[in-house]
Design a binder for this molecule. Structure first.
Ligand code: GH3
Ligand code: MG
Ligand code: MG
Ligand code: MG
Length: 311
């Protein structure tokens, strides 16, 4: 239905299929006081495989959006009773960002400046009614494609390329957010591989990289319910949220022992690695302070023969 009779549209068709697969089951919301318009847009979005809800005015739409954070796309008319499209967009942008929920504003032709105002209030795009089906599909597709691109970029900005773990940037942002929740007991642990330089010296940097990957997967499987980040070369941070110090200590010590007795494989040969751990309570302090304390504890662990935990 987008490609139709246009032979230039071959590449577009391929992009469309990719986008359709991505849309599949994504939630969308249509807000329009005209039943006819609403039904038409709903049907068109369903053709793009969206799971569509609808609302007959801004207030109803706002409520639906508040109740369902999974909605990825909002199409909103401008003129609606009780709350118009502008008010709706402004209100929604207080809790859903432009790269998290796509909004396309719509209104009748001949009203100058509506498109600009929609966009100023936070809409991603605009459509004039009546629209051609093809334009509708193209705009929805392009808007969703941009959202997906931003999500991909964000994801890669927060990941460590070698190990696939979260990176330092992610860790700092996540930890800052976590610290705002003062009611929760959290523990921060810094883990550093012991004598890792030997691996590089003995087997080469490439083998060192492989070892880092193996240690990372090991960490991932043992702490899959917590946030782990690679914050330095062979240094990792784990936040054990909602956990008291004693429980975290025992869990980290179990991990440390399991790691020490695990046979890693470096250049096909079994190799053992150990880690030293510094940990601290992670509540009602600044991130800088917590990091300093955990780092000091880690330093002490290194002084005490390594392969141990200091709090
Ligand atoms: P310690 O027990 O005191 O921590 O000793 P160490 O050898 O682990 O510590 P040091 O800080 O002296 O050396 C860390 C080594 O980790 C040096 C560096 O070459 C290596 N390293 C850091 N990042 C990477 C990486 O991405 N790949 C590889 N192959 N090696 C890395
Ligand atoms: Mg209307
Ligand atoms: Mg080290
Ligand atoms: Mg280190």
């Amino acid at each position: 239905y987008v490609v139709k009779d246009n032979r230039d549209s071959y590449h577009y068709a391929i992009k469309l299929v990719a986008q359709l697969l991505r849309n599949d089951g994504s939630k969308a919301l249509v807000a329009d006081d005209s039943v006819l318009s609403r039904t038409l847009m709903k049907q068109m979005l369903e053709k793009q495989l969206f799971d569509v809800r609808d609302a007959q005015d801004g207030e109803q739409a706002l409520q639906i959006l508040k109740d369902d954070p999974e909605i990825k796309l909002l199409l909103t008319d401008y003129a609606m009773p009780t709350m118009d499209g502008f008010e709706l967009v402004k209100a929604v942008r207080n809790f859903r960002g432009r790269d998290d929920l796509a909004i396309i504003g719509l209104s009748g032709a001949g009203k100058h400046g509506l498109s600009a105002r929609f966009i100023k209030y936070g809409a991603n795009d605009f459509l004039t009614k009546p629209f051609m089906n093809e334009e509708f599909h193209c705009r929805v597709m392009q808007t969703m494609e941009q959202l997906a691109l931003i999500a991909d970029i964000k994801e890669s900005a927060y990941r460590d390329h070698l190990t696939g773990l979260h990176n330092r940037r992610y860790f700092y942002q996540y930890a800052e957010k976590l610290l705002k929740n003062v009611d929760q007991e959290n523990v921060l642990a810094l883990l550093d591989i012991d004598f890792f330089k030997n691996v590089n010296d003995q087997f080469g940097h490439e083998a060192g990289d492989q070892a880092l990957k193996q240690v990372s997967s090991f960490l991932k499987t043992k702490f899959d319910d917590f946030t782990i980040a690679r914050i330095g070369g062979e240094e990792f941070a784990v936040v054990l949220h909602n956990m008291d110090l004693a429980k975290a200590e025992s869990r980290l010590n179990t991990f440390r022992e399991q790691l020490a007795s695990h046979a890693f494989s470096i250049n096909g040969e079994p190799y053992s690695l150990t880690m030293s751990i510094g940990m601290t309570q992670f509540q009602k302090v600044s991130l800088t302070a917590a990091m300093r304390i955990a780092d000091k504890a880690l330093y002490q662990a290194k002084q005490q023969d390594r392969n141990c935990l200091v709090k």
